[in-house]
Design a protein around this ligand. Structure first.
Ligand code: ADP
Ligand code: MG
Length: 250
């Protein structure tokens, strides 16, 4: 479902993604872990072309995103192509990024109406169904300011699901939450994983990783150092940098 082929990225002189080769299958849940500044968010953001890359290519469901090879040169996607491909990829951020002036229901409907051009009635039906699925049937008419952080993040997940994406990306979805609110969000993510979605999750929640991930990708200094099943990662990652990291987060 997602493939990185020889990807390199720089911010100016800073080489932030180094020779990334990664394949994520349909329905796979991959947890990306690693120290702060190792390139996890950047890796995630290249998948929906929020960040362009300078070398290599990224394919989603077999389709190159952002740029593709044509003979021996690279051709950039048009903005319309990028928008079309982005609709297939859901993203959930650390800061929930909800519209403050809209209710939970309106937040979930927004993309369906404006991007998918769906009639309001149909969009509302889907939004209600998605909000119920994340346990917010009784909070649909609340604005974000009237919801807890955990509830806001669940609205953000409902919004991503409503678009029926092929892939959902999560960037530290529980890092901004009080500890007592992380569980409700992780439970919703667990439920999403069980529905067979392809998920890439950047998180320090190693309990979630152990229980849900098919693979753990460990990054350090822009490189993928390990790409292993969780059993192996937690038994002994076999790499001093990863052992170090585990010692700090467990
Ligand atoms: P992580 O998510 O693992 O903490 P990031 O992907 O956010 O790491 O960052 C990787 C490196 O790229 C860091 O050194 C960070 O400071 C740098 N970086 C991230 N975004 C930008 C940007 N927009 N401009 C310049 N440098 C950036
Ligand atoms: Mg990050």
């Amino acid at each position: 479902m997602i493939e990185f082929r020889g990807v390199n990225k720089w911010f100016g002189d800073l080489h932030v993604l180094k020779d990334i080769n990664l394949t994520i299958g349909r329905g796979e849940v991959v947890v990306v872990a690693g120290p702060s500044g190792s390139g996890k968010s950047t890796l995630l953001r290249t998948i929906n072309y929020l960040e362009p890359v300078q070398e290599g290519e990224i394919l989603v469901d077999g389709e190159p995103i952002g740029r593709r090879r044509q003979g021996n040169r690279w051709v950039e996607d048009s903005p319309a192509e990028i928008n079309r491909k982005r609709q297939e990829i859901g993203m959930v951020f650390q800061q929930f990024n909800l519209f403050p002036h809209m209710t939970a229901l309106e937040n979930v409907m927004e993309g369906l109406v404006t991007v998918r051009r769906m009639p309001r009635q149909e969009a509302e039906r889907i939004a209600r169904e998605m909000l119920a699925r994340v346990g917010l049937a009784d909070r649909m008419d609340h604005r974000p300011s009237k919801l807890s952080g955990g509830q806001q993040q669940r609205v953000a997940i409902a919004r991503a699901l409503a678009m029926r994406p092929k892939v959902i990306l999560f960037d530290e979805p529980t890092s901004a939450l009080d500890p007592e609110l992380t569980g409700e969000v992780l439970n919703v993510m667990l439920d999403v994983a069980r529905q067979g979605y392809t998920m890439v999750v950047v998180t320090h929640e190693m309990g979630f990783a152990r229980e849900v991930a098919h693979r753990i990708v460990f990054m350090d200094d822009g490189r993928v150092l390990l790409d292993v099943p969780p059993e192996q990662f937690f038994r002994d990652p076999g790499h001093p940098r990863a052992r170090d990291f585990l010692g700090r987060v467990l």
